[in-house]
Design a binder for this molecule. Structure first.
Ligand code: NAD
Length: 331
């Protein structure tokens, strides 16, 4: 069995080597992404593993079919850059890694919230300018706060566990309720009820058509004054201009964001010699009560290990058995 893995970064290689040693399968790792110029390298292999934001074009799946490759495994969750029709037409089986480390995302969101509550960015700014005084940067305590968790799937539940460890109170909302959280009485029936009750709103839902800009002017107006916003899910869940207005009116006291609605071309790019040209993003980024990370919440050693090794497990299963527990049905 021979697998080719595209877009392999240096930090992924040790986990790939470890898997190869355990499984006795030949894996060729290439650093290039999978596209029309690199697909020919896959000829002679039994399966393909890949991870990239760049769209996978239809011609790639025609080539796979021509090469007799019918097993394609993503190292990430999302299949939005995969053309469903071409995949089905060419009889390619696809798998993903549905959960690589919910704790990685949950831990960073809580870390950044704590930094906001204790005004760490303000203190760093002041001290870098020689000012070591306390005032006026008095902090808040997480144990005294009520956290509104929207989306109680894997990441939302990991976040709830951490918040409860700090002694915070939880109010939750989800379209599909988790039975244990339901038993604990954590859910409210409407988002409006959640907004009215909480000191922090944290988003852990997928981006769908019906929740585009779910946090808009109307939603912010329903929240308490001085609310904190966390978005470790998807940028399009927040109307960024409405968030900026909510900062200016004093409605929102702080935000920690790992996503931004127009992040492609901004995140995971070195901007030293090419300044960011997006005025809305720059306005957000300049604020010391906004903490931004470049969609890096997933980026931990345990998560990267899972992304590589679960994708290879999936690809091996697709090649050997024609199916995988993590197979994705594209409609
Ligand atoms: P999950 O599928 O386990 O949970 C999602 C939950 O959201 C489910 O319980 C679902 O019922 C609920 N939901 C869906 N639509 C909803 C809506 N409109 N209102 C309320 N609830 C709704 O997913 P997960 O693994 O917990 O991931 C959550 C999100 O986190 C992902 O969709 C993704 O956008 C994001 N994510 C971010 C990173 C990162 O690095 N920042 C990494 C992985 C995932």
């Amino acid at each position: 069995m021979k697998i080719i893995a595209y877009g392999i970064r240096d930090d992924e290689e040790p986990y790939l080597d470890e898997w190869v040693e355990k499984n006795n399968v030949e894996v060729t790792a290439v650093s290039e992404l999978l596209d029309s110029t690199t697909i020919d390298q896959a000829e002679g292999f039994d399966g393909i593993v890949a991870y990239q934001q760049k769209p996978y074009t239809s011609d790639l799946f025609e080539k796979m079919n021509k090469f007799g490759i019918h097993s394609f495994s993503l190292r990430n969750v999302g299949v939005d850059n995969v053309p469903a029709e071409a995949v089905i037409q060419n009889k390619i089986k696809i798998s993903n890694v549905p959960a690589y480390s919910p704790s990685a995302i949950a831990e960073l969101s809580v870390t950044q919230l704590l930094a906001l509550l204790r005004k760490i960015p303000e203190f760093e700014y002041k001290m870098n300018h020689g000012d070591f005084r306390w005032e006026p940067d008095i902090g808040l305590e997480l144990n005294q706060m009520t956290i509104g968790v929207i989306g109680t799937g894997r990441i939302g539940r990991a976040a709830i566990d951490i918040f409860q460890g700090f002694g915070a109170k939880i109010v939750a909302y989800d379209v599909f309720r988790n039975p244990e959280l339901e038993k604990a009485g954590l859910y409210v029936d409407t988002l409006e009820e959640l907004y009215q009750k909480v000191d922090v709103v944290t988003l852990h839902v997928p981006a769908l058509k019906d929740n585009y800009h779910m946090l808009d002017e109307k939603a912010f107006n329903q929240m308490k004054d001085g609310v904190f916003i966390l978005n470790y899910a998807r940028g399009t869940l927040i109307d960024t201009q409405a968030l900026l207005n909510a900062f200016d009116s004093g409605k929102v006291a702080g935000a920690a964001l790992d996503t931004y609605e127009n992040e492609v071309g901004i995140f995971d790019v070195d901007h030293k010699d090419q300044p960011i040209q997006d005025p809305v993003f720059n306005n957000l980024f300049a604020r010391r009560n906004v903490m931004i990370t470049p969609h890096s919440a997933f980026y931990t050693r345990p998560a990267v290990k899972n992304m590589v090794q679960i994708a290879l497990d999936n690809n091996k299963a697709l090649i050997e058995k024609g199916s995988s527990a993590n197979e994705v049905e594209l409609a």
